[in-house]
Design a protein around this ligand. Structure first.
Ligand SMILES: C[S@@+](CC[C@H](N)C(=O)[O-])C[C@H]1O[C@@H](n2cnc3c(N)ncnc32)[C@H](O)[C@@H]1O
Length: 310
């Protein structure tokens, strides 16, 4: 997967809505073309909410969730904790293999993980290749700039792809990572955003077909002895729910879920699930349960890491 290096700075990307096609990035100053903008100069709400767009194609979401200053201390420190555990895991898996490992990053976002891993030579030397996918054009644009500006193109490649289409990827990996709450973003295709929360009926997450599909495919893409690492997942409890809701409201979104739900969704089609160990194991029914381990990322039941070994 070759890396196309667009001639646009990261700062511009983080503060602008971008659209990319055929490897060329075009910048639209006000977040849309004249014909797509409403009278307010902002994209019409139906476009922001539009079914075909991914959650992270909304420039506001990208700007705020990737802005370290804007994040809550809970979210920021979950990143620190998962990074520490991730480095230990890369070290272990590389030693077990006896050489460099191939990594697939599902939902690479703004390339935060390769950006920081590459700064630690001892760890980065253990990585032979690093492929990132993301279904948001915005994130692919940002990641390509990071890869280009940091000169990581010898190992890192980035491609726009929905995780549900992983079956199209031919390569096998020693480590598949899904970091910083991304695993909770795989919402079922039939989730009824429109009107949700208005009646008493709640969405049953006893099963989550999308989650199971993505991780089933990821598991198939592992070399023997390889691992999937869910970097951080929200732990399902009241205080985590409230912290999630507070953050999405701070981002300017309207929450449509409540205490009865084990996920938080917004009018703007943002969706984020919380988990218990039991539910994780249920969704990961195709993995022998002794191959699944959980690591607490804090002492206050906010986030956990899940390691899944083949
Ligand atoms: C919470 S961000 C995490 C970004 C990055 N992994 C990190 O640790 O900083 C979630 C990312 O997953 C991507 N994503 C969500 N659903 C996806 C899907 N179905 N397929 C591919 N990427 C997806 C989003 O576009 C976004 O970039």
């Amino acid at each position: 997967m070759p890396v196309m290096a667009p001639a646009i700075s990261l700062n511009t990307l983080l503060h602008t809505n971008i659209h990319m096609s055929g490897g060329v990035i075009g910048k639209e100053r006000d977040g849309g073309t004249a014909s797509s903008r409403g009278l307010t100069g902002r994209p019409p709400l139906e476009k922001v909410r539009g079914k075909g767009r991914s959650m992270y194609d909304d420039a506001n979401t990208v700007k705020k969730t990737f802005d370290q200053e804007f994040l809550s201390e809970y979210l920021r420190q979950a990143q620190w904790a998962e990074m520490i555990e991730l480095k230990k895991a890369i070290n272990e898996i590389s030693r077990r293999k006896g050489g460099q490992i191939a990594i697939l990053d599902i939902g690479i976002g703004n390339a935060r993980i390769p950006k920081h891993l590459s700064g630690i030579k001892e760890i980065w030397d253990m990585v032979g290749s690093y492929d990132g996918i993301d279904n948001a054009e915005n994130c692919i644009g940002i990641s390509n700039v990071v890869v280009s500006e940091m000169g990581l193109g010898d190992k890192v490649s980035v491609k726009q792809m929905d995780a549900a289409n992983l079956g199209q990827v031919r390569k096998k990996y020693d480590l598949v990572i899904v970091t910083w709450f991304t695993a909770g973003n795989f919402y079922p295709d039939d989730f009824p955003f429109e009107g949700y929360g208005k009646g008493s009926e709640r969405y049953d997450l006893g099963r989550n077909a999308k989650f199971e599909k993505v991780f089933g495919l990821a598991y198939k893409h592992l070399n023997p002895g390889g691992e999937i690492i869910i970097g951080s997942a929200y732990i399902d409890n009241e205080s985590t729910r409230k912290r999630q809701e507070d953050f999405y409201r701070k981002c300017g979104m309207t929450v449509i879920t409540g205490p009865e739900d084990s996920f938080t969704a917004t009018v703007e089609r943002f969706w984020s699930q919380r988990f218990t160990e039991e539910r994780m194991k249920k969704y990961l029914y195709f993995v022998p349960s002794e191959n699944i381990s959980f690591i607490a990322l804090d002492t206050y039941e906010f986030a956990m890491m899940v390691r899944i070994r083949k």
